[in-house]
Design a protein around this ligand. Structure first.
Ligand SMILES: Cc1cc2nc3c(=O)[nH]c(=O)nc-3n(C[C@H](O)[C@H](O)[C@H](O)COP(=O)(O)OP(=O)(O)OC[C@H]3O[C@@H](n4cnc5c(N)ncnc54)[C@H](O)[C@@H]3O)c2cc1C
Length: 398
C-alpha cells in the first residue's frame, strides 16, 4: 500500500513536497488553512538549484512562459551615484556552470504552476491544523474549518510545511519566538510602462548603502518591475504579506540616494511592508513519523533569495528518501532526510543572517574593501556551493 503522507501547509514548499512525493508513488495530500491558494504580488528569484529539481518534475519548461530569465547580469551599485561596483553576465554561463538558468518570477505564477500539477482532490483548502499526535503506528491530525466544523485525518507520516510560525514544529522542538531582525522590507510591483528604462533590463540590480539596500528586477514576462527595499524597521513589527506600507515612507528611507532609485520609487502607486524575522537553526526536524520542510524547518532572511529554493531542495530530498519505503521503515527514512538536509539548510540560514552586515556597511574603509572585493570577485562561480549543490546527486536535493 502506498505511504499516506499528510502535508500541512500549501505554500511553495508544501506543494513542491506533494509533487515530489507523488512522483515516487506516495499518496501525498496537502492541508492548507487558507480558503484559496494565493501568494502576494511580489517577485522571487528562481535560482538554478530550484530550477534543476523542477526540471525533474517536468515543470521547468513552463518557466519561460511567465518568468524572466536573468540574461544580461546581476549587478551591484553604489547608493549615492549608481556607480556599478560589480556586474556579471549570467545567461548561458549559469546554464553551463549549474545546468540551469536563473529566473525571476511573480510568486503567484510559480504557485499556480505547482498547483496545476497537483490533482485538485489532493489539496484540502480551509483546513487549519490545530493538533498533531504521533501514536507510533500513525499520526492523527485535527483541522478547524471556517464554518466551525472540525476534521480528523490519520496519516502514516506528517510533513510540517506550515511556515515560520509552524504548529507542527511545536510537536518536535521547544516553542520559541521567531527572531526579529530589526529590518523590514518594502515590496512593490511597478507596471513596466511607468518604470525607468534601466529597470526593464533582464538584470537583478542590488543597490547597496548604509543600513539599507534596494533591489529590483523585471518579472511577469517584463510587464512589471519587482522592487524590494530592505531598511531599518523602526517601530514596524507586522509580518504579513498583505500589510500595507506608505510609498512616501519608503522614499524617505532613501533620501540622498541616486535619482534613479527615486524615479523607481516614484513610479510605485502602493507598497506592502513586511517586518523580517528568521529563526535560529533547529537541532532536529524529525520526531517519529513527523518532520519539517521549508520555512517551518529553517526560516531565513531573504538576503540570498533562497528560502523557497531550499524548500524545493528539501522536497526533492524527502521524496528520494521515502521512495519505495514501507510504513515501518518510514521514520528511519525521515531521519535520513533530516541528516541530508539539515546541515545544508542551516548553513544557508546562518549565511543569510550574516549577509546583512556586509550589505549595509556604512561608508568607510570596510565598505571600500567590500567594494574592492566585489570588483575582483566572480560571484557566479563563488556561488557554486549554493547553485551547484548536489548537481550530480538527486538525493541531496538539487
Ligand atoms: C522579502 C522576501 C523576499 C524573498 N525572496 C525570496 C527569493 O527571491 N527566492 C526564494 O527562494 N525565497 C525568497 N523568500 C523566502 C520565501 O518566500 C520563503 O522561504 C518560502 O515562501 C517558504 O515557503 P514555505 O512553503 O516553507 O512557507 P510559506 O510560504 O510560509 O507557506 C506556509 C503555508 O502554510 C500555511 N499554514 C500555516 N499554518 C497552518 C496551519 N496551522 N494549518 C494549515 N496551513 C497552515 C500558510 O497559510 C501558508 O500557505 C523571500 C522572503 C521574503 C520575506
Amino acid at each position: 500500500m502506498a505511504l499516506r503522507v499528510a502535508i500541512v501547509g500549501g505554500g511553495l514548499g508544501g506543494l513542491a513536497a506533494a509533487l515530489f512525493l507523488r512522483a515516487v508513488g506516495a499518496e501525498a495530500s496537502v492541508y492548507e488553512q487558507a480558503s484559496e491558494l494565493h501568494e502576494v504580488g511580489a517577485g522571487i528569484v528562481v535560482s538554478p538549484n530550484m530550477v534543476r529539481p523542477l526540471a525533474r518534475l517536468g515543470l521547468a519548461a513552463a518557466l519561460p512562459s511567465f518568468a524572466v530569465r536573468l540574461e544580461e547580469a546581476w549587478e551591484f551599485r553604489r547608493w549615492e551615484d549608481g556607480r556599478v561596483l560589480f556586474s556579471q553576465t549570467m545567461g548561458s554561463e549559469c546554464e553551463r556552470l549549474y545546468g540551469a538558468p536563473c529566473y525571476v518570477a511573480h510568486r503567484c505564477d510559480l504557485l499556480a504552476l505547482f498547483q496545476s500539477a497537483l490533482p485538485a482532490s489532493q489539496l484540502h483548502l480551509d483546513h487549519r491544523c490545530t493538533s498533531v499526535l504521533d501514536d507510533g503506528a500513525s499520526v492523527q491530525l485535527t483541522f478547524a474549518r471556517r464554518d466551525g466544523s472540525g476534521v480528523c485525518v490519520a496519516a502514516d507520516l506528517v510533513i510540517g510545511a506550515d511556515g515560520i510560525h509552524s504548529v507542527i514544529r511545536d510537536a518536535i522542538a521547544p516553542k520559541v519566538d521567531a527572531r526579529f531582525s530589526g529590518l523590514c522590507a518594502f515590496r512593490c510591483l511597478v507596471p513596466a510602462e511607468r518604470a525607468p528604462e534601466m529597470a526593464l533590463r533582464p538584470v537583478q540590480s542590488v543597490w547597496l548603502g548604509p543600513k539599507r539596500h534596494f533591489v529590483h528586477y523585471p518579472i511577469s514576462g517584463g510587464r512589471f518591475v519587482n522592487v524590494v527595499a530592505i531598511v531599518p524597521a523602526g517601530e514596524w513589527r507586522t509580518e504579513s504579506w498583505t500589510a500595507k506600507g506608505e510609498v512616501s515612507d519608503m522614499k524617505r528611507e532613501f533620501a540622498g540616494w541616486d535619482a534613479r532609485v527615486h524615479q523607481l520609487i516614484d513610479s510605485a502607486t502602493d507598497t506592502k511592508r513586511w517586518a523580517l524575522y528568521d529563526r535560529t537553526p533547529l537541532e532536529r526536524w524529525t520526531s517519529g513519523r513527523i518532520s519539517l520542510l521549508g520555512d517551518s524547518a529553517h526560516a531565513m532572511l531573504p538576503f540570498f533569495g533562497q528560502g523557497a529554493a531550499q524548500a524545493v531542495e528539501d522536497a526533492s530530498a524527502l521524496a528520494e528518501c521515502l521512495g519505495g519505503v514501507g510504513r515501518d521503515s518510514a521514520p528511519a527514512a525521515l531521519l535520513r532526510y533530516e541528516d541530508i538536509r539539515r546541515p545544508r539548510a542551516n548553513q544557508v540560514q546562518l549565511m543569510s543572517r550574516g549577509r546583512e552586515i556586509r550589505n549595509h556597511l556604512p561608508d568607510g574603509p570596510e565598505q571600500e574593501q567590500r567594494d574592492r572585493d566585489f570588483a575582483q570577485g566572480d560571484p557566479l562561480r563563488q556561488s557554486a556551493w549554493l547553485y551547484g549543490h548536489g548537481q550530480d546527486s538527486a538525493a541531496t536535493g538539487s
